[in-house]
Design a protein around this ligand. Structure first.
Ligand code: ATP
Length: 264
């Protein structure tokens, strides 16, 4: 069997005494959009932070394109083709839109031709950013700021984009527009991992999903199958809609459930 683009094997991560991930296994194949869903505190952000090297695992392995990547510095991960849109965007508010975009291409900063081509691609995705190119990021609306966050992540032309809470604080129409851009980028070859509070959004915009609870994968399968599984919905996902947040209480522990298109 050919190797997945991203493989996470038996991953354990803790913050001191607080264990956040307990033996997580998952994979993302080339060209997939994979959603990670689960209640607050399930471990979703911890997973992304560990993949991008912000956290070190206690044990386990993360491979990208067949190579071990955990513990590698950020610039190496970017060079390999991994980019992340962090929760809250983390823009440089006093810098202009264009300067923020340039930072997304930092590892290739000396290649101005390449950098300008990438800026042009981002402006084609988001014409509004072209209009605002010389405005400070602080002056953007929430939706425009998130467009800039996505645009900056696209500047490194990643093979894998990790997206943490795309919809945070945004109007539904803007969120729909952003997901359409991500799906276009996906059709052009970019694989995507979506971490999203709003389960319908995550499952409605992905091919496959992993359901997390208390730091473990409790179910995996096709996103549509998970969305339509009443038992899973009641146990782990609540009656969440695009406008209602998932439940805050952790569900009762039960064995992992594997749906039709099971992961590893
Ligand atoms: P949310 O959607 O609320 O961000 P999540 O699924 O992303 O939830 P994580 O943020 O990964 O969950 O948190 C997993 C567990 O790790 C939780 O129990 C959380 O309280 C704990 N945790 C997260 N960050 C820290 C930290 N900096 N220090 C200690 N514990 C933490």
């Amino acid at each position: 069997m050919s190797e997945s683009l991203l493989t996470v094997r038996d991953l354990h991560v803790a913050y001191g005494q607080v264990v956040a991930l307990r033996g997580v296994n998952l994979h993302v194949d080339d060209g997939e959009i994979v959603a990670i869903v689960g209640a607050n505190g399930a471990g979703k952000s911890t997973l992304l932070k560990t993949i991008t090297g912000l956290l070190s695992p206690r044990s386990g392995a993360i491979t990208f394109d067949g190579d071990l990547i955990h513990g590698r510095p950020a610039y190496e991960l970017i060079n390999r083709g991994i980019a992340m849109l962090p929760e809250g965007r983390e823009l440089f508010r006093e810098m202009t839109v264009l300067e923020n975009l340039h930072l997304g291409c930092w590892v290739n900063r000396r290649d101005t031709k390449l950098r300008n081509e990438r800026v042009e691609e981002v402006f084609n995705y988001f014409p509004r950013l072209r209009e605002r190119a010389h405005q400070r990021a602080a002056t953007l609306s929430g939706g425009e700021a998130q467009m800039l966050g996505v645009g900056r992540a696209l500047m490194s032309n990643p093979r894998l984009l990790l997206v943490d809470e795309l919809s945070l604080g945004l109007a539904p129409l803007v969120v729909a527009e952003l997901f359409e851009i991500l799906k276009t980028a996906n059709r052009r070859g970019m694989s995507i991992v979506i971490v999203e509070q709003f389960v319908h959004l995550a499952l409605g915009n992905s091919d496959r999903a992993y359901v997390f609870a208390k730091g473990e994968v409790v179910a995996t399968g096709g996103s549509a199958d998970i969305l339509n599984d009443p038992e899973l919905g009641a146990a782990y996902l609540g009656s969440s809609t695009e406008t209602a947040p998932p439940p805050r209480t952790a569900p009762k522990k039960r064995p992992a459930k594997r749906l039709s298109r099971a992961g590893q």
